[in-house]
Design a protein around this ligand. Structure first.
Ligand code: AMP
Ligand code: ZN
Length: 115
């Protein structure tokens, strides 16, 4: 379930401090240390999954729980004018932490669109 060498597993366990936004039995959410928007929150499953590319029938429930948490956090944080959800997968996407996470970005217009 946990990977001893994983930064986000250490954050979930409280071994590395974080600015917690939300937590339930399956998910943990905290503010990104290098925010790319006025609101930049990371939502991670408590179960170690490397990326979206590793989701399958044995672990998809954890990803679904994270998306439920995204919706709850958006309401909790009052992101009524919109937000963007991003999950980088692998080198070309620029994934730097190899524990599945969903970025929530909000608080400004996202401007030029990649998608
Ligand atoms: P990615 O590049 O998609 O893998 O996203 C990893 C994110 O984790 C980056 O936006 C980093 O700023 C963020 N990050 C790295 N270390 C920490 C930390 N200790 N606390 C909060 N966010 C972090
Ligand atoms: Zn992990």
């Amino acid at each position: 379930m946990y990977d001893d060498n994983c930064l986000f597993c250490k954050i979930i366990k409280g071994e590395i401090p974080s600015n917690k936004v939300y937590e339930d039995g399956d998910c943990y959410a905290f503010r990104d240390i290098n925010p790319q928007a006025p609101v930049h929150i990371l939502v991670v499953p408590k179960h170690h999954i490397v990326s979206v590319g590793d989701i399958d029938g044995t672990n998809s429930v954890y990803a679904a729980k994270c998306l439920e948490a995204v919706a709850k956090i958006a309401r909790q944080e009052g992101l009524d004018s919109g937000f963007r959800v991003i999950s980088n997968c692998g080198d070309d996407a620029g994934q730097t932490v190899h524990h599945l996470h969903f970025h929530i970005l909000a608080g400004r217009s996202m401007g030029e669109k990649l998608v």
